[in-house]
Design a binder for this molecule. Structure first.
Ligand SMILES: NC(=O)c1ccc[n+]([C@@H]2O[C@H](COP(=O)([O-])OP(=O)(O)OC[C@H]3O[C@@H](n4cnc5c(N)ncnc54)[C@H](OP(=O)(O)O)[C@@H]3O)[C@@H](O)[C@H]2O)c1
Length: 214
């Protein structure tokens, strides 16, 4: 699979590039070519240091989206509508788009934002994509440092075939287990995991908490 990591210059994009590059063609996207190139070089160097195969490519977000079968929208929840519309115009029809985004607020504690989930909003802004909600609670920085994290990743989508494909890709990441959690509307629960984990971090003092269902 050729995978585009939109906004892949952040921690999540770099973690996924490291995890998938040994078996897939991975492209890091950015709004700026130089940032994409620097992140891709950093990942390729880390792969080499760890004795893993794989080369990480790069480009502008729209260019990597156009060239790929699957995208991860690794950007903040404040991303604007025009950005999402331009990606939708660039992608291949029915391309899979993974939404790892989790909007939350912080007041007396972390809380999810009210209303539809980001993934539901994304499926309206990118009608040509098949949206799969996944990876919200994935501790990306820990995965980069340790090369693996034992945790469960709930996934939700209205498209069965896309769910299968994303589940297989997640299962390839060392020690991650994908768990089906229902149709796309269930993304409201998946996105709520992030403020829950942040509260656990703040109130229980666990440094990089992750989900494990037993
Ligand atoms: N970090 C984690 O552990 C983790 C785990 C699971 C899920 N997530 C979710 O995944 C997403 C990315 O997380 P991250 O920590 O990697 O985030 P990040 O570093 O804050 O953002 C990722 C990239 O998004 C791009 N970006 C920033 N503002 C943008 C805008 N207005 N429009 C378009 N692109 C923009 C930037 O890339 P350029 O400047 O290079 O374009 C930035 O490097 C977030 O929604 C987060 O909630 C994060």
């Amino acid at each position: 699979v050729r995978i585009a990591l939109i906004g892949g210059t952040g921690a999540l994009g770099r973690a996924l590039a490291l995890g998938w590059a040994p078996r897939h063609e991975v492209l890091i996207g950015s709004r700026e070519e130089a940032r994409a190139e620097a992140a891709a070089r950093r990942c390729s160097r880390l792969l080499e240091e760890r004795g893993l195969k794989g080369d990480v490519g790069h480009g502008l977000n729209e260019a990597v989206a156009r060239a790929s079968d699957l995208l991860v929208l690794s950007v903040p929840h404040t991303v604007d509508e025009a950005f999402l519309r331009s990606l939708d115009a660039a992608i291949r029809p029915r391309a899979i788009c993974i939404s790892p985004v989790a909007p939350f607020s912080r007041n007396s504690c972390y809380l999810p934002l009210q209303g539809p989930s980001f993934a539901e909003r994304l499926s309206r802004s990118m009608p040509r994509a098949r949206v799969v909600s996944a990876l919200q609670g994935f501790p990306a920085q820990r995965f980069i440092s340790e090369g693996r994290v034992e945790c469960d990743i709930p996934i939700a989508s209205d498209d069965e075939e896309a769910l299968d494909e994303v589940a297989s890709l997640i299962a390839e990441l060392p020690s991650l287990r994908p768990l089906r959690a229902g149709p796309l509307i269930a993304s409201r629960l998946l996105e709520g995991l992030v403020p829950l984990l942040l509260n656990i971090m703040a109130y229980s003092g666990i440094r990089s908490p992750a989900l494990k269902v037993v």
